[in-house]
Design a binder for this molecule. Structure first.
Ligand code: ADP
Length: 353
């Protein structure tokens, strides 16, 4: 049907062009005839034909150049709007929404306008993300700095008792650690985003890596008297060992951080077909259902008041998510408020470079 319509349209165009050409040649014929009669000149048949043809071409060209600005008015308006839009984008104004009404189908102008609208929408979204990012970073830097400044000022008081002085210094130290962790995490994310990160997969025992990281966190879980259950199958994986150790550390630190004193954490590793499945589960406060889809976003903290008490900048899971994606894996969360949280990480055993 489409093909038939195309043939029909082409035929119509051909007939229209032939009709216009015939019209101009007829006009040229009558004008030249009038000139021969006026000057009583009777040239040969061949010369007549050449003069009529050249005059026909001339008339056609002149008429088209006069008419074309009117015939192409829509195109001219479109080009002007496109150029205006491009200049506005170049100046950082991404509020662009041009109308794409060049009929149905894949008209090149419709595609051009839609492409420009999409580009502006993407740039607008990126700009919003950038501004949100800057405001989040400023906020995360601002609060520890305010606290450091306050306690430093308080320390100037010479009559402060020794214990209180030490307490204030501990707070300043903790805030400095928080700032330096924030800067480390921001740098790590920037590096992972840049695609310049040297991704170096090697084959190694994932169970051994998990085992040693759990031992590495022993002081933290011992201090909170957390009961740790470990069920690790022997799994050999090809992946970037350093990057994955960051994933396990972030998940373990969160589980320990959010689990109350005397709680329980379970770490499991299984192999299912060509995938390694790691589950980190705790019986902490859980995450509300509406927060679960957002916890992998940068700076997102599910429970802001609780987070202030336990610390953290909301970047840990964003880093985890990024590293898992670099390994073509998946991460998901399963949680119920008041019951606990389970993170499932699925990684291909043989990750593609
Ligand atoms: P943070 O540095 O704040 O811990 P994350 O990116 O690691 O940032 O986590 C994002 C948010 O997800 C946390 O602020 C917290 O609200 C929630 N969260 C992460 N892990 C857990 C967990 N095991 N139990 C309860 N909430 C969690």
């Amino acid at each position: 049907m489409k093909r038939l319509w195309f043939v029909f349209k082409s035929l119509l165009t051909f007939i229209a062009v032939m009709a216009v050409i015939s019209l101009f040649w007829t006009v040229a014929y009558f004008i030249t005839e009038a000139i021969y009669t006026r000057f009583a000149w009777q040239p040969q048949q061949l010369v007549r034909q050449i003069i009529t043809s050249v005059s026909g071409f001339f008339l056609f060209g002149v008429s088209m150049s006069i008419l074309s600005p009117f015939l192409r008015k829509r195109e001219r308006v479109l080009w002007k709007n496109l150029m205006d839009a491009i200049h506005r984008i170049a100046k950082g104004d991404f509020q662009i929404n041009l109308r794409a009404d060049w009929g149905k189908g894949n008209h090149p102008f419709t595609e051009l306008v839609e492409g420009l609208n999409d580009m502006a929408a993407n740039l607008r979204a990126m700009e919003e993300m950038r501004q949100e990012f800057i405001s989040n970073v400023s906020h995360e830097i601002g609060s520890p700095l305010t606290s450091i400044r306050g306690f430093a000022r308080a320390l100037k008081n010479e009559h402060l008792p020794y214990e209180q002085r030490m307490h204030y210094l501990d707070i300043i130290e903790a805030e400095c650690v928080r700032l330096s962790k924030l800067s480390d995490n921001l740098l790590r994310l920037a590096m992972l985003d840049s695609d310049r990160y040297p991704f170096q997969p090697i084959s190694y025992r994932l169970d051994s890596q998990l085992q040693s990281l759990i031992l590495h966190c022993e002081p933290q879980w011992m201090e909170k008297e957390i009961e740790i259950t470990v069920m690790l199958e022997k799994v050999v994986i090809t992946a970037d060992e350093d990057l994955l150790s960051q994933v396990w550390l972030n998940l373990l630190h969160n589980a320990i951080k959010f689990t109350p004193k005397g709680g329980a954490i379970t770490i499991q590793l299984q192999q299912q077909d060509n995938y390694a499945i790691v589950i980190v589960a705790d019986n902490g406060p859980g995450i509300a259902e509406e927060d679960q889809p957002r916890i992998f976003e940068r700076f997102y903290k599910a429970d802001k008041s609780r987070n202030r008490a336990v610390g953290g900048s909301g970047l840990g899971l964003a880093i985890v998510d990024k590293i898992v994606k670099i390994h073509q894996g998946k991460i998901s969360v399963c949680s119920r408020l008041g019951e606990g949280t389970e993170f499932h990480v699925q990684l291909p055993i043989q990750c593609r470079d």
